[in-house]
Design a protein around this ligand. Structure first.
Ligand SMILES: *[C@@H]1O[C@H](CO)[C@@H](O)[C@H](O)[C@H]1NC(C)=O
Length: 353
């Protein structure tokens, strides 16, 4: 608490010394088409027929959550890069399960093969480290169930309409899933930090259904433009720790890089709160950019959306949700098992119309 108080005092000090530099900005948001209203079950059935990624025009790619078995090529890559061997995979899955039960370091949550495989892929099939990750994950779920359980889907749908998060339909030059977080678009009066994190967990779980994302990993682009002191205000040490845990040490994901874009002094201040929680091994994956040129050294702009100066047409999260998630019956089924009853939710929305 004292730490927090000092931090706030420091912010106030910084604010007064920098004066007008960061006076409140206005965020005008384009409210896009209303999410879900257009999704009828009829449409769901129609779109299920189109299984392949569609190249509508050169840069317009239709988003898809591909949960099919990995291709030969991807398996070959996995063998060479993350030690995934189809011949020993099942054995390792059952060894990891045994380890989880025998060591008893946590109350096992999900134990199905698909779920366990995610932890192995996230940690290069190193049993010991994958076990650690599973334990970390279970502990976080117990310590912070508010991010995982009884998530209000109506609220998640509200967040989808905001420009806060984005998932480009394409992957980066290395085949990694890209996630974009525009924190400056967050209106703290509308959504609580807990709701934002619930959404992050939801979104991450969807992208992690894809074997390619499990195998190649993901990168996170955090656009800091518009970050205000008011937002930083909400950042308690506990919240910072939860964010770092989700990103770096308690989720079956290999987050290969985090790029902070348009860094500012406000960010530097906030980052100090995070820093203590970031594991050593993760630090060199974090990159800071005060303009986009240095980002392009790391991520080829050919694969970035227009809004980040790249060549790919922007795609709203709402479009992504409609095109890639709500049209895919398999995805909806798996998400139901993961605790997100989307099917019932859609049916209810449809009946209320
Ligand atoms: C588990 O969590 C600890 C503490 O956050 C972290 O240092 C460690 O790297 C995590 N283990 C894995 C495998 O991510």
């Amino acid at each position: 608490m004292e730490f927090l108080f000092n931090f706030r005092a420091f912010c106030l000090f910084s604010l007064s010394s920098r004066c007008l530099q960061v006076l409140p900005f206005l965020v005008f948001r384009l409210q896009c088409l209303s999410f879900l209203q257009d999704v009828t079950l009829h449409q769901v059935a129609l779109s299920m027929a189109e299984n392949e990624v569609e190249h509508e025009k050169q840069n317009r790619i239709k988003a898809k959550v591909n949960i099919e078995e990995p291709s030969e090529e991807l398996l070959e890559w996995a063998k060479n890069n993350i030690n995934e061997d189809p011949d020993t995979r099942d054995l390792l899955i059952s060894e990891l399960k045994d380890m989880i039960y025998e060591r008893g370091e946590c109350t096992p949550s999900r134990m199905d093969d698909e779920f366990i495989l995610g932890f192995l892929r996230a940690r290069h099939f190193n049993l010991r480290i994958a076990h650690r990750l599973y334990v970390n994950h279970s502990i976080l779920k117990e310590e912070a169930p508010q991010y995982f359980d009884d998530v209000n889907l109506d609220r998640m749908v509200e967040i989808v309409k905001e420009p806060i998060f984005n998932v480009p339909p394409n992957r980066d030059h290395l085949g990694r899933r890209m996630l974009i977080f525009r924190i400056g678009e967050w209106r703290p009066s509308e959504f609580t930090p807990t709701e934002l994190l619930q959404f992050v967990v939801f979104l991450t779980q969807i992208t992690l259904l894809e074997p390619q994302t499990q195998i190649k990993g993901a990168i996170l682009l955090v656009d800091l433009s518009g970050l205000s002191l008011e937002m930083v205000w909400y950042l308690t040490p506990t919240l910072a720790r939860h964010v770092v845990n989700l990103a770096a040490s308690s989720f079956p994901v290999r987050l290969e890089a985090v790029h902070f874009l348009y860094t500012s002094w406000i960010f530097d201040t906030a980052y100090n709160i995070f820093k203590v929680f970031i594991p050593e091994r993760f630090r060199d994956r974090i990159h800071f950019h005060n303009n986009l040129d240095t980002l392009y050294d790391d991520v080829d702009p050919k694969y970035l959306p227009n809004s980040l100066g790249g060549a790919i047409d922007d795609y709203t999260l709402e479009d992504w949700m409609n095109d890639a998630v709500l049209c895919n019956k398999k995805v909806i089924d798996v998400l139901g098992k993961a605790g997100y009853p989307l099917k019932e939710f859609l049916a209810r929305r449809n009946n209320n119309k």
